[in-house]
Design a binder for this molecule. Structure first.
Ligand code: FES
Length: 256
């Protein structure tokens, strides 16, 4: 897919959690086509510690409003600077990058996310629904307060949640949720912390369910040049930024 370097205008920055902001960007031009699971490299200006672009998942694209949504965890200098943006500011973005999720509109899909890893699953769920299949979202967090954007997810499918403290949904990790025992899914797609994704992949393998995971390896260039994001796969070392970030788990050397 063609890549673009665009100066996008900040439409709004909403604090959706003490650590997370929802940034809505727009442009005078029509936004290019982006696929669920692809990402954006954002340039953060004005700080010596932020000279590298930051990779951020595409949370949602609203083509009617010509908006790109980014759900950003404000944890380092770069992402905190993004969280401090104001309406009307300009954010330089390279997009769309990487290979996204398969749109399996002929399958019963379970989308499993944890933490800010839930971000790309909203756009994936919206695209599945647009193509005629309502996915089930299984979203995990430490506490009920840490569950992000649930009302948005509910627009596109059934939402199940787990929390580690049991304050919302079922208590435990996503892989403990009863829906995994009670229902049969054809396809699992996951994004979140690596230990969570490995646990999800283990469940998928045990049940013989096809599964894709969106890897969150450290990235810098986002274009396959710096090699800082490599992952060992059945085909050798591959750049997650270019060959992924989404991989079928059969290609990964994740062991039980
Ligand atoms: Fe540079 Fe992947 S981030 S090669």
């Amino acid at each position: 897919m063609k890549k673009y370097i665009l100066d996008l205008t900040v439409k709004s920055v909403e604090q959706v959690h003490e650590r997370y902001v929802l940034v809505k960007l727009t442009s005078k031009e029509t936004l290019p086509q982006m696929l669920p699971g692809q990402f954006v490299e954002v340039r953060v200006d004005g700080s010596a510690t932020t000279f590298l672009r930051r990779p951020i998942s595409i949370h949602f694209v609203d083509y009617q409003q010509n908006e790109l949504w980014l759900l950003v965890a404000c944890i380092g200098d770069g992402t905190k600077a993004i969280g401090a943006l104001k309406s009307g500011d300009v954010l330089n973005c390279v997009l769309p990058l990487g290979h996204g999720f398969t749109i399996a509109s002929d399958k019963k899909c379970l989308l499993v996310g944890g933490g800010v890893g839930v971000a790309p699953l909203l756009y994936l769920g919206a695209e599945l629904k647009r193509q005629g299949v309502e996915p089930t979202f299984l979203l995990g967090a430490r506490t009920g307060k840490d569950l992000l954007m649930l009302d948005e997810f509910r627009k596109y499918g059934r939402v199940m949640v787990t929390t580690e403290d049991g304050s919302e949904g079922e208590k435990g990790f996503v892989t403990n949720h009863s829906v995994l025992e009670q229902e049969q899914f054809d396809f699992i797609q996951t994004c979140g912390p690596t230990p969570m994704m490995k646990a999800v992949a283990r469940v998928a393998r045990q049940k013989g369910i096809d599964c894709e995971a969106s890897l969150e390896n450290l990235m810098a260039c986002g274009l396959g040049a710096c090699l800082c994001c490599v992952e060992k796969t059945t085909e050798g070392n591959l750049c997650v930024c270019k060959e992924g970030p989404v991989f079928n788990i059969k290609r990964l050397l994740w062991q039980d």
